[in-house]
Write a protein that binds this ligand. Sequence first.
Ligand SMILES: Nc1ncnc2c1ncn2[C@@H]1O[C@H](COP(=O)(O)OP(=O)(O)OP(=O)(O)O)[C@@H](O)[C@H]1O
Ligand SMILES: [Mg+2]
Length: 301
Amino acid sequence: MSSSAGDLAEELRELLVRAREQGALEALQGVFRTFVEGHATPAPQAGDVPGRFGLVGDSKAMHVVFDLIERVAKSSVPVLIQGATGTGKELVARALHDHSPRAKYAFVAENCAAVPANLLESELFGHKKGSFTGAIADRDGHFVVADKGSIFLDEIGDMPLAMQSKLLRVLEENEVRPVGSNKVRKVDARVIAATHRDLAQMVEDRSFREDLYYRLNVIRIPLPPLSEREGDVAILTDFFLRKLAGEMGREVPEVTPEAQALLEGAPWPGNVRQLENEIRRSLALSRGIIDIVDLSPSLAG
Ligand SMILES: Nc1ncnc2c1ncn2[C@@H]1O[C@H](COP(=O)(O)OP(=O)(O)OP(=O)(O)O)[C@@H](O)[C@H]1O
Ligand SMILES: [Mg+2]
């Protein structure tokens, strides 16, 4: 006579209880974990990649950046990060916050180019309920949320002139007035700004306020383009290969000397982001080895 489904389920339950009591399940989990770890690409660890503050690189140009980060992270003076697209401006901003005494408080980022001019003021300084259509409740702005922490004003060169004057007031008085409110509120947020634009030129053209420029530009961290970071393409290629292969659950492929030479000689107008995307693409296309044919035809410039 065959047992019923109920009997089988009961038998299975008892077996599992006994297996757990005897530590068999844990042993099996251990074997399984060892198997998975043995077959996946381990993520690159800090320490086995040259670089600092979460930024990979070992070129002279990047050591200048590391040195600046180390010297200014601990203070609260404003920092202006200047660099072309994909050079790591956001990474530097986070590094400054993470290595400051403010690290346990908020890091709030705003992309000044992405928010419509009329909303930017309320985003940064907050608003009172009913102060404009859609303001259905009081809302704290980023400066209040970032109190005791850091506020990252990304693409500051795209901030409209009217907003620049309001920002300058906040930086001078250390207080914000939410839209629609007549009360000011003290704030203490460390300001980190970034831009790919030439702000000094914008000051000359009168599209950026000179007084705000001097206020933000207390410490300037220029980020070199990837083409000026000698030796870093090879280091970054190795880093991204291991990181991305790990994320894709694949083994790290070899790169042929021809492909490596092409990567190291490419102009990289999109800087580190372009290199990262190139490696992602080549990983997706390659069959275990990365050769010239797996790289973008446009790479040679
Ligand atoms: N030195 C570096 N080491 C490792 N990864 C980096 C480095 N620099 C940049 N990256 C990576 O490249 C990408 C672009 O970096 P990030 O967003 O910081 O650049 P950005 O200068 O802010 O670019 P954009 O001007 O386009 O906003 C991110 O995925 C970042 O993690
Ligand atoms: Mg950015």
